[in-house]
Ligand binder design. Structure first.
Ligand code: TXA
Ligand code: MG
Length: 415
């Protein structure tokens, strides 16, 4: 047994109390790093060749590209071998980077909890590369769940299904009789999971409580020295995590966590779409008497920057006026200020750091930029941060959910 492994086992043995955060391991592992961005290049694309000289240079470029792809594929095999050996490997998905481990191995899954410092009552999502892998994991897939998978897999949708006893480590499901499963839509994640030849449990690859990583550099910041390796596949696309749903036998699809697939998209496929009542209580003056969320992860404060963050909602002009005044007052108190604003307003704010979330009418950009902006607030040492609210329609439901979590539910309504 390696020293790192001993250390991890020791740490997990300490976690006798259910619900208690597992003590994070000290940074003692040698974290491997594989750059596989060459796999993202479209193969066989190139301009039409009609001059001999160009042909030669294109030919050598094509050779270089194909050699880079070969090297990246070999790296992917090395990363898959790590997963098979029970190590933890961070990898890109279309939503955020995940920290993967063989879902069947309790030791491997415990290493994930330990590296993240994640509370042990928060279950993990299991990632698969093929539909064939699903029946090994779950006992039943009803018609509503089938329809969702047909419409949105591979993609940012996670389904909570009845777990097949013994299929995954009980640490993955945190003792629940269900397992959350997703098939990511990513040219690195899918071949990696397929090559690992096991179901891959993967929470977001951040230290617990920190914003989820949308770049390999974010994973390094949080987990270097604590995990087996990092597969760098460049920036993720969606930027917020998958939507977690449960599909009832009556055809009702309940959103347990808003994410990359919107309620509107689900409505096009499902008979009825509902939202977990615990989520609706958030950001509407919901208090501690709110019901417990059915997705255990939703009860934790997440993504929170070190500074105090509040979210301001209301008519755009009122939001801008309140924000300008609040930033000025905070600066007077000697705070280091930051603001997360939509492009329409970003230029008019005076703060130590101004982050644009893109246009308020194109929330894909806000989703893509949100976590990096929250991380930058910490880098800039911001102590007082204001974020403009966005519409809660479409992807806005996920963006507002994450913003409010980051703000510890500090929502200011102005009119
Ligand atoms: O996009 C994503 O979903 C990313 C990438 C890496 O795939 N993963 C991710 O995992 O966000 P994580 O662990 O950070 O979030 C998993 C969420 C938590 O809110 C957890 O409580 C919920 O899924 N969950 C997992 N298993 C569940 C279950 N059996 N029932 C209800 N909720 C479950
Ligand atoms: Mg997470």
């Amino acid at each position: 047994m390696t020293r790192e492994r001993e250390k991890l086992q020791y740490t997990s043995l300490e976690d006798k109390h259910h619900n208690r955060a597992v003590e994070p391991v000290k940074g003692e592992q040698n974290t491997a790093y594989w750059d596989v961005k060459a796999l993202l290049n479209e193969q066989g694309e190139g301009e039409t060749i009609n001059v001999h000289v160009q042909e030669t240079s294109l030919d050598s470029r094509a050779k270089k590209e194909s050699a880079a792809r070969e090297a990246a594929l070999a790296d992917l095999q090395a990363a898959a071998a790590c997963l098979r050996q029970g190590k933890t490997v961070a990898f890109p998905t279309e939503t955020v980077y995940g920290l993967g481990a063989d879902a069947r191995s309790t030791e491997a899954v415990e290493a994930v909890f330990a590296a993240k410092g994640r509370p042990s009552d928060n279950p993990l999502i299991v990632h698969i590369a093929h539909r064939d892998q699903l029946h090994e994991l779950v006992t039943e897939v009803n018609a509503a769940a089938e329809a969702l998978m047909a419409a949105f897999w591979p993609g940012p949708l996670t389904l909570v299904l009845p777990v097949r006893p013994g299929a995954v480590s009980p640490r993955v499901t945190a003792g629940l009789d269900t397992v959350a499963v997703r098939m990511p839509d990513h040219p690195v994640a899918l071949p990696l999971i397929a090559a690992a030849a096991c179901p891959v449990a993967a929470p977001s690859a951040n230290r617990s409580g920190r914003p989820s990583p949308t770049l390999a550099a974010h994973v390094r910041e949080d987990l270097d020295g604590r995990i087996g390796g990092i597969v760098d596949g460049g920036p993720t696309g969606v930027g917020v995590e998958s939507t977690v749903v449960q599909a009832g036998d009556d055809g009702t699809v309940t959103i347990l966590r808003p994410g990359g697939i919107t309620a509107e998209q689900l409505s096009a496929v499902a008979a009825r779409v509902a939202t977990d009542p615990a989520l609706l209580a958030e950001g509407s003056g919901g208090d501690s008497a709110s019901p417990a969320p059915r997705s255990p992860g939703m009860k934790y404060t997440h993504y929170a920057p070190a500074g105090a963050l509040c979210v301001v909602e209301g008519p755009p002009a009122a939001v801008a006026a309140w924000t300008r005044a609040a930033l000025a007052e905070a600066a007077q108190r000697g705070e280091r200020t930051a603001v997360l604003a939509f492009a329409e307003h970003a230029e008019q704010y005076r703060a130590d750091a101004v982050f644009s979330l893109g246009n308020a009418s194109e929330l894909q950009e806000a989703a893509r930029r949100l976590y990096a902006a929250l991380r930058s607030c910490d880098e800039q040492g911001a102590t007082y941060i204001v974020a403009e609210a966005c519409s809660r329609e479409g992807l806005g439901a996920a963006v507002m959910n994450r913003l409010l979590k980051a703000a510890g539910n500090q929502l200011i309504q102005v009119d």
